[in-house]
Design a protein around this ligand. Structure first.
Ligand SMILES: C[S@@+](CC[C@H](N)C(=O)[O-])C[C@H]1O[C@@H](n2cnc3c(N)ncnc32)[C@H](O)[C@@H]1O
Length: 163
C-alpha cells in the first residue's frame, strides 16, 4: 500500500473514531482533551461534533489553519511532558474524552519517543473515560475496547480508564 493510501485510510479511521467517541461521550460530563493541535483538523472536527463541550488543546508549536485556532484559555502551549502534569494539578482526573494525536507517523518511534505520555493520559482520565490514540498506549489503567465498525485493528486504538 502506498503511503498516500495509508494516510487516507488513517484519516478515514480517525474521523470514524472521533464520531464514534462523540456518540459514546454524550451524557458523560467532563473535559475533552485534544493532544496535538497541528493543523487543527481533528480539533475542528471535535468542536463541530461536540458543540458546547469544553475542549482543551495541547501543542508545542502553534501554527494551525487560522480557522482552527482554539479560543484563549483553551489552548495549552508548551511541551506536553510538562503541560499535562501541570494541567492535571489544576483539573485532576476531569477528562471524559482524550484524543492522543501526537505522532511522528511511525508507531514504533512514537512508543519510544512518547514513553512518558500514557502515564499523563491516565492521570487526566476520569473513571470510565474514553481515550483514543493513533498508536497503542501501554498503561495498566487503560483497558483496550473494541473499535467501531469499519476501523481495522491496529489502525487506531481505543481505551477506557479503569477505576
Ligand atoms: C500529528 S500532529 C497533530 C495533527 C492534528 N491533530 C490535526 O488534525 O491537524 C502532532 C502535533 O503534536 C505536536 N507535538 C509533538 N510532540 C509534542 C510535545 N511533546 N508537546 C506538545 N506538542 C507536541 C506537534 O507539534 C504536532 O503539531
Amino acid at each position: 500500500m502506498s503511503r498516500l493510501d495509508s494516510f487516507i485510510r488513517r484519516l478515514e479511521a480517525q474521523r470514524r473514531m472521533l464520531d464514534w467517541a462523540a456518540a459514546e461521550s454524550a451524557g458523560r460530563p467532563g473535559l475533552v482533551l485534544e493532544l496535538g493541535l497541528g493543523n487543527g483538523r481533528t480539533y475542528d472536527h471535535l468542536r463541530e461534533i461536540l458543540p458546547g463541550r469544553d475542549i482543551h488543546v495541547f501543542e508545542r508549536d502553534v501554527s494551525p489553519n487560522p480557522h482552527s485556532m482554539p479560543p484563549a484559555g483553551r489552548l495549552v502551549i508548551g511541551d506536553m511532558a510538562e503541560t499535562l502534569p501541570a494541567f492535571a494539578l489544576r483539573h485532576g482526573r476531569g477528562a471524559a474524552l482524550i484524543h492522543v494525536d501526537v505522532t511522528t507517523g511511525v508507531p514504533e518511534r512514537d512508543r519510544v519517543l512518547f514513553a512518558w505520555l500514557p502515564e499523563h493520559v491516565a492521570g487526566l482520565a476520569a473513571p470510565d473515560a474514553l481515550v483514543l490514540s493513533g498508536w497503542d498506549l501501554d498503561h495498566p489503567a487503560l483497558t483496550p475496547v473494541a473499535l467501531p465498525e469499519g476501523v481495522p485493528a491496529g489502525r487506531y486504538y481505543a481505551y477506557r480508564r479503569v477505576g
